[in-house]
Write a protein that binds this ligand. Structure first.
Ligand SMILES: NC(=O)c1ccc[n+]([C@@H]2O[C@H](COP(=O)([O-])OP(=O)(O)OC[C@H]3O[C@@H](n4cnc5c(N)ncnc54)[C@H](OP(=O)(O)O)[C@@H]3O)[C@@H](O)[C@H]2O)c1
Length: 253
């Protein structure tokens, strides 16, 4: 019995991805994942708005990356993903790391709406595109990066918190859909606490993980075929508390 588990584990961790697409690869977690998969010998499509940062990455790892500059809130996935897929001649793994988030106590409409356009509208379009692509192909792997901030509503960042809750539920829905359809489409929801990127800064930040550690744990979750991964793992405890604390306590906290 134990041997079966070890064998299953080995089979999953031995799996290799040849063609990967990372949206939001110009900085932070997406950039870290791009480096990690580059070091494994994958061919990788990297997408974001800041071309110079993508070019810098490309210069470090020659003949690994295909660059596509795009703004996911202004273009349709068909326009920016299809040319990358054509150049790669298909893909096995899509990682959507692009996202925005602001502390917005003053409820600046621009920040609230921009967050929803990126983390909800563009997110949904990309997920639908990827799911349908893998549905046709019969298999594939999708990774979306939600947040611990999406477990309960947060007063300092309403749109961010709500959008991350949306992402987590959307990914869970797709996971159920794939399972019920008998398709070999794996879907991973990543739930980071704080990671040391531009977005992970602030006054009351704690347990902040380095990008290296976050990337290593996300990669492990991908290779093990997990449905959900807390980054770092100890955030599972905070998630559990947040889920079960009664509303009347949470709203006063
Ligand atoms: N850092 C944390 O503590 C933390 C915690 C929980 C969840 N997360 C989530 O992790 C993900 C990655 O964030 P990060 O921490 O790595 O921050 P980051 O360094 O700011 O990375 C965000 C990435 O998203 C891309 N992006 C944003 N808007 C885009 C648009 N309209 N079109 C195309 N690309 C766009 C950015 O590229 P360009 O600006 O070049 O377009 C950048 O590559 C986000 O979804 C975030 O919500 C982060």
């Amino acid at each position: 019995m134990i041997c079966c588990y070890i064998y299953a584990d080995l089979k999953q961790t031995d799996m290799k991805y040849e063609k990967v697409i990372i949206i939001g690869a110009s900085s932070g977690i997406g950039e870290g994942l791009a480096r990690a998969f580059a070091e494994e010998g994958c061919k990788i499509g990297i997408l974001a708005r800041r071309e110079e940062l993508l070019q810098n990455l490309d210069a470090e790892y020659p003949n690994v990356f295909l660059i596509r500059v795009c703004d996911i809130t202004k273009e349709e996935p068909e326009n920016y993903l299809q040319p990358v897929i054509d150049q790669l001649d298909g893909f096995d793994l899509l990682i959507l790391s692009a996202g925005v988030g602001y502390q917005n106590r003053e409820l600046d409409p621009d920040k609230e709406i921009r967050t929803a356009q990126t983390n909800v509208v563009a997110f949904t379009k990309i997920m639908m595109f990827a799911y349908k692509y893998f549905e046709k192909k019969g298999e594939g792997h999708i990774v979306g990066i939600s947040s611990i901030a999406g477990i309960r509503g947060l007063d300092v960042c309403p749109s961010y918190s709500a959008s991350k809750g949306y992402e987590a539920l959307y990914l869970e829905s797709l996971r159920r859909k794939a399972r019920k359809s008998g398709l070999n489409i794996k879907i991973l929801t990543v739930l980071p606490g704080f990671v040391d990127t531009a977005m992970g800064q602030g006054d009351h930040v704690f347990w902040r993980a380095s990008v290296k550690k976050a990337v290593s744990q996300i990669k492990t979750a991908i290779y093990k075929g997990y449905g959900r991964a807390y980054i770092t793992r100890r955030w599972r405890v905070i998630a559990w508390i947040l889920k079960f604390v009664p509303r009347w306590i949470f709203e006063r906290a």
